[in-house]
Design a protein around this ligand. Sequence first.
Ligand code: URA
Length: 191
Amino acid sequence: MYTLDDVRQFCFACTKCRLHETRNNVVFGQGNEKAVIMFIGEGPGYNEDKQGIPFVGAAGKLLDDILKAIDLSRDDVYIANIVKCRPPGNRNPLDDEMESCIDYLRWQVKLIKPQIIVCLGSVAAKNIIRQDFRITRERGEWIKKGEYLIMPTYHPAAVLRDVNKKKPVWEDFKKIKQKYNDIIAMSEVGS
Ligand code: URA
């Protein structure tokens, strides 16, 4: 059985798709390796590629603010992306790039064993929930898949582009916090 460090090393050495040719850093993921909640974004942007850390640009700052508003921090959760290397010019990752990369994320999920997975945006939701998932119509409801409870919500970058998405995202995060509290309370009863 591989460890998370093994999977990180595999990613750092990865040349499975063209994105390795232009990356400065592999953005593997960050946070609590025993997290109850895992956030999954799309892929690194300019700042993430420079620093090797997910969600450190403007969208990341908003994600930090939303986490703070529900009394959580990056140390409580784990954050990763569908693709680990930056698509040039911040274009969406291509199908073959996502296919090459998704097994790393599957490994991360299996090893971290979060109870809640939050899909940030359409690219994450399509890869994690189903290919024809429509984020605008279907976000905000819990989806049970195997052992995981999945909450699809808008990507923070989409909220920055469209202020009308702020309220629905806040509603979604209130549900996430409630579920998180329920899970923590249950684990305290069981221990
Ligand atoms: N957008 C993403 O989807 N992921 C990041 O890490 C940064 C911005």
